[in-house]
Design a protein around this ligand. Structure first.
Ligand code: SF4
Length: 344
């Protein structure tokens, strides 16, 4: 079949997958173990490519991993994006580095002096396992001093309020949070209010929070909508072009976007071709007949959970497909702790 990847309407530039934390919900499976970052030359190349395809792009953000592990590089990226006239919206940070006011002010001022007008500060029960809530408070206060009230987003403000009301000041273990909130309520809130995406580490670590069903429950639907979604695509530091839902599946290289956005036949990327034509059902049947995949008797929480389980099996068994990248994404998923929970 032929399929055309549409140019993005909103796009995140991931400077690295390295992060100060190893959050359980992270669909990119970021952690301190990742080592590689974009160089300034990589950033110039990637932004230069995006510049040629801005016809629908109204929203660019800089993310990771944690971009403020390398504040100078993040400031460089801000300045380059603005020089090139790209619609830069915000830099996303988890605020791990905001342990005192002076440090926080100087980090935000560095970004402001590069031309940035807005930051997004991430906070959730997942982040709060690693980052003391006091850091988030310092980040909010100081970011407002530097960017003004309209220049600071908190994602999410509801979780910030809730953690505050639980008298959390330092970090809080995720299991402890579940105990306080109630497992069912927490699971509903992650899926409903927080827009938890069941891919990457979330799919593996949080599987026990949700009901599991057999693989056949997810049959009968192609993934063309998700693989062709131009909203919130991600370009990583290696130039991998990945749509929002489908971490671990590379559609092509962001270093050659004109090529990527051409209508083409996908027979050279068989895994993607199966997903486009027959969704997880086609992927499942192909994996069973060609690669000895066996269904997990525990079941799956979503079609993306099933898809990821099959992809992990392919990587384990040494199937080398260019679309199964980055490889470290799959390596990182080997070290995920399962959550043991008693439902309410
Ligand atoms: S099942 Fe796979 S291809 Fe389909 S939306 Fe989920 S991750 Fe993407």
């Amino acid at each position: 079949m032929t399929f055309q990847v549409p140019p993005p309407s909103s796009c995140g530039l991931l400077l690295s997958y390295q992060c100060s934390s190893r959050c359980r919900h992270c669909m990119y499976a970021c952690s301190p173990a990742w080592q590689t970052w974009a160089s300034e030359a990589d950033i110039d190349n990637l932004l230069g490519q995006l510049c040629v395809h801005t016809q629908y792009l109204d929203h660019l953000f800089i993310s990771g991993g944690e971009p403020m592990l390398k504040p100078e590089l993040t400031a460089y990226t801000v300045a380059r994006a603005l020089d090139l006239g790209l619609p830069l919206d915000y830099v996303e940070t988890n605020a791990f580095w905001c342990w005192d006011e002076e440090k926080a002010i100087s980090g935000f001022e560095l970004l402001r002096s590069a031309g940035l007008e807005r930051v997004s500060i991430s906070i959730s029960p997942f982040h709060a396992e690693f980052i003391p809530l006091i850091n988030t408070e310092i980040a909010m206060d100081t970011a407002q001093q530097v960017f003004g009230a309209d220049g600071v987003m908190l994602h999410s403000a509801d979780y910030f309020k809730e953690l505050h009301s639980m008298d959390v000041d330092d970090t809080i273990e995720f299991e402890h949070y579940l105990e306080k909130k109630g497992v069912d309520q927490a699971a509903i809130s992650f899926a409903g209010n927080y827009d938890l995406i069941p891919n990457g580490r979330a799919s593996v670590a949080l599987a026990n929070l949700y009901q599991r069903r057999p693989a056949s429950s997810y049959f009968g639907e192609s993934c063309i909508k998700e693989l062709g979604n131009p909203h919130h695509v991600n370009i990583d530091h290696q130039g991998n072009y990945i749509t929002r839902m489908c971490t671990g599946i590379v559609l092509g290289s962001a270093l050659n976007l004109s090529e990527l956005f051409k209508k083409k036949d996908w027979s050279d990327r068989p895994l993607i071709q199966h997903l486009l034509t027959g969704g997880v059902e086609a992927l499942y049947k192909w994996a069973i007949s060609s690669f000895n995949y066996t269904e997990d008797i525990m079941g799956y929480t979503s079609k993306c959970h099933l898809c990821l389980d099959i992809r992990r099996h392919l990587v384990h068994t040494g199937v080398d497909l260019v679309e199964l990248n980055p490889k470290s994404f799959y390596d990182e998923l080997e070290h995920v702790d399962f959550l043991n929970v008693d439902f309410d």
